[in-house]
Design a protein around this ligand. Structure first.
Ligand code: ADP
Length: 458
């Protein structure tokens, strides 16, 4: 007759499943580096390493007034950015809510709505601030942040490869979204010239570098996970066909796709495999599924469900509220980890309020430890991606800053520290030369600076 296992006994099993050793991390970094190179070499790879046609760093001396439109996951954001040079800027902005219908309706209508909001912003918010200072017939340059994978062969144009993040507007995939937006801007007679179509990671990279030139890499940790950095054009073999050589170009890695389909390099637990197989795109975005805000809560929920099935947790209680996919939010992991009380009152609250179950102190300590394992693994895997770029570009000796943004980075307690610990585990003491920091606003300031850089090149 075996003695009953305690929650601490159960935890040990999950510790081994979710822990990444330094040695394992270094293997992932090597594979990641190779993947980045394959993506630069040939078009259409799993990690597509998309050339952004943003040529080199801003000088820091960019100046002028720019409009920026960001078509994000939930909101449409419109802003006027006054870039003042010397790493300085001012910003005035408005947000407009997007409805689910708009995300699924006709694409041209979606861009009409964007144009209409931009016009309202110019005619109302900006008018209150003294309005735009335009001569007759003059147009204000516009940067458009459109964070869905697009293939570009110049900065002011981009063909939508596929919608992600729950969008599905018709007649848009396979079309030049910049041209579609221009058509709407003309229809509403908005006095703007669409100069640049950018991805939020690229904007974050450029905005963070503008403010602090030690920034060489940008990473977004939000609903998804992605990174951008500046590459030497001579090291982007797939661009040779276009006849571009010399200088640098920002690369939007779309690194969330690392290890997709092959599943050779990343340590997936059985919970990760369930997340993948029950997702709307099985096999895809393998790296992102272990890291981003969309999935961490679900991974924890699946462990809880396993223990409910084994009769370890909540015996005799009704657990149906915990049994629907995605009900356990990643924000709950943040709350659980930051609970300051000995009794873990916050965790009592989460389980009783949202899921109508009672917890013992031992269970709550277990949940907190589990959140820590899942959050720590996400941060350490992110460190592997950052390390791959650092090592590829030779940034380790001199060190560099990594601009990071997104709710997971900004709100998850200790996330940044864990990324930094991961970098030290990979590189030893020199890993301390690589420091992440909260990035500048990529889709507003970043796209304005890119529009300014684009104008200068013309
Ligand atoms: P997006 O990436 O959609 O532009 P965000 O950067 O806000 O926007 O990221 C949203 C993601 O962040 C969601 O998946 C959500 O689960 C997660 N998230 C929201 N709040 C928190 C929090 N306090 N701690 C950790 N993750 C959070």
């Amino acid at each position: 007759h075996a003695t009953k296992k305690t929650m601490a006994d159960h935890l040990r099993k999950y510790e081994s499943a979710f822990t990444l050793t330094p040695q394992r991390m270094r293997m992932i970094v090597e594979a990641f580096k190779e993947t980045l190179e394959v993506g630069l070499d040939k078009p259409g790879q799993i990690v597509p390493m998309i050339p952004t046609f943003v040529f080199g760093w801003p000088t820091g001396e960019e100046k002028g007034e720019f409009l920026a439109v960001d078509l994000g996951g939930t909101n449409l954001r419109v802003c006027l950015v006054t870039v003042q040079g010397d790493g300085k800027f001012e910003i005035t902005q408005s947000k407009y809510r997007l409805t689910e219908e708009q995300k699924q309706d006709d694409g041209q209508k979606l861009f009409d709505f964007c144009a209409e909001c931009l016009k309202t912003f110019i005619d109302t918010s900006l008018a209150e601030h003294g309005g735009l200072h335009l001569a007759a017939g003059e147009k204000i340059p516009l940067g458009f942040t459109f964070s869905y994978p697009c293939s570009q062969d110049r900065i002011d144009h981009g063909v939508l490869i596929r919608w992600t993040k729950g969008f599905g507007a018709a007649n848009t995939e396979g079309h030049d979204v910049a041209a579609m937006f221009r058509q709407s801007l003309e229809k509403y007679d908005v006095p703007v010239a669409l100069e640049a179509l950018i991805n939020d990671t690229t904007g974050t990279l450029i905005a963070s570098h503008y403010v602090n030139p030690k920034t060489k890499i940008a990473v977004i940790f939000g609903t998804g996970c992605n990174a951008a950095y500046m590459e030497h054009i001579k090291d982007i073999p797939k661009l040779r066909a276009l006849g571009v050589d010399g200088g640098d170009m920002a690369i939007n890695c779309e690194w969330g796709a690392f290890d997709s389909f092959e599943h050779e390099h990343l340590p997936r637990t059985k919970y990760d495999i369930i997340v993948d197989q029950t997702s709307n795109k099985p096999g895809e975005q393998a790296f992102e599924k272990l890291i981003s805000g969309r999935y961490l809560g679900e991974i924890l929920r699946l462990v809880i469900c396993e223990l409910i099935d084994e009769g370890v947790l909540f015996l005799g209680q009704n657990t149906y509220k915990l049994e629907s996919p995605y009900v356990f939010e990643t924000a709950f992991l943040s709350l659980m980890e930051s609970d300051p009380t000995d009794e873990l009152l916050m965790i009592i609250g989460i389980f009783s309020h949202f899921f109508a179950v009672e917890t013992t102190l031992a269970e709550r300590q277990f949940f907190r430890a589990l959140a820590k394992l899942i959050g720590r693994r996400a941060a350490r895997l992110s460190a592997c991606g950052i390390a791959a770029i650092v090592s590829k570009m030779g940034y380790l000796e001199e060190g560099c800053l990594v601009g990071a943004d997104g709710s997971l980075y900004n709100k998850y307690p200790g996330f940044a520290d864990r990324v930094h610990e991961g970098l030290v585990d990979i590189f030893g003491d020199k890993g301390r030369n690589i420091i992440t920091h909260h990035a500048e606003d990529g889709s507003g300031v970043g796209s304005a600076i890119i529009a300014a850089m684009t104008k200068r090149r013309k």
